[in-house]
Design a protein around this ligand. Structure first.
Ligand code: MEV
Length: 313
């Protein structure tokens, strides 16, 4: 038995970090994908092959003993083969750069949950999302769930930790230019550093949360109007709040300056500390923005919104 699923990567347009503390965020899925193929095998083992390494173990190991970025796959496989009298083989193929804030680990959890669970039963998107968030919690306990949600449903959405997601129906016509700092980061440790900032600066943090909430409300209106210039200004404003949280650095600031010089606005996306930034463009400035990054030797590419979300085969 074989089952296959693919999930898009994502960009957080507004509200990363603040979303962990209950502020609404705005995210979109992008047209870069991870594909997971799962297959039942006779041997009593869980085997995972991917371009970031392989993992092969017997079932029923303590999850905390598995020191590998492939831990969520092991968790899913081990949970889902219980009482099935089978082993499992999982292959992961990705055209998403890994570990750079574009949701590769969430896309792995979503596509992995879909491919593995559908070997045994026709699971719904809701069930797959629940499994994916559980799996993501094995590497990053405090996840807001935002990334897995957008990877599952695709498109552009508002996400609130308590109330869940609300798809934005308008289809904005923008291109995002993504530039990679090539500085590796750990989402967990950057989220922990923001927690420390919050604990030391409760009043300032609560003020920032209020500002971010207002900004996200304004953005929802601007998206309806497709007001790309104002959206760009909001991106720049959001970046200022992220700077205060201390998740930026010299290289990211340089990249944001490059992005802001040619596009409508640029900011960090995802946890920060490294990873990627994005610049908002349309046909009028897409090429110039790309060239500006390339001329300065930054790895960059352009993406559009993915409206499909999780796909199963
Ligand atoms: C990471 O892509 C986004 C964060 O807001 C963490 C989260 O939402 O779980 C930094």
């Amino acid at each position: 038995m074989k089952s296959k699923a693919s999930s898009p990567a994502k960009v957080i347009l507004f509200g990363e970090h603040f979303v962990v503390y209950g502020v609404k965020a705005i995210l979109c899925a992008i047209n870069k994908r991870i594909t997971v193929t799962a297959e039942t095998i006779q041997e009593n083992k869980i085997s995972i092959k991917s371009n970031i390494g392989n993992l092969e173990l017997e079932p029923n190991k303590e999850i905390s003993e598995i020191n590998s970025p492939l831990r969520p796959f092991y968790y899913l496989a081990n949970k889902l083969i219980k009482n099935q009298n089978t082993g499992i083989q999982v292959y992961v193929e990705s055209d998403i750069p890994l570990g750079v804030g574009l949701g590769s680990s969430s896309a792995c959890c979503v596509a992995g949950a879909a491919a593995i669970s559908r070997l045994f039963k026709r699971t719904s998107k809701e069930e797959i999302l629940k499994l994916a968030i559980e799996a993501e919690r094995t590497i990053f306990e405090n996840t807001s769930g935002a990334d897995c949600t957008v990877c599952t449903y695709g498109g552009i959405m508002e996400y609130d930790k308590k109330k869940g997601f609300n798809k934005i129906k308008y289809e904005p016509n923008f291109h995002l230019v993504i530039a990679n700092s090539e500085i590796e980061h750990s989402t967990k440790s950057i989220v922990d550093s923001v927690k420390q900032f919050k604990e030391k600066n409760e009043d300032e943090f609560s003020e920032l949360c209020k500002k971010e909430s207002k900004l996200v409300e304004d953005v929802s209106e601007l998206l309806k109007e497709n007001n790309i210039i104002e959206l760009g200004n909001k991106i720049t404003e959001n970046q200022e709040y992220l700077e205060v949280l201390g998740i930026s650095n010299e290289k990211l600031r340089k990249m944001i300056q490059i992005g802001q010089s040619k596009s409508f606005g640029a900011k960090i996306t995802g946890a920060g500390g490294g990873g990627c930034i994005f610049a908002l463009t349309n046909e009028s400035n897409l090429e110039q923005t790309m060239n500006e990054f390339k001329n300065k030797n930054y790895d960059c590419f352009s993406v559009k919104i993915d409206f499909k979300g999780l796909d199963t085969f």
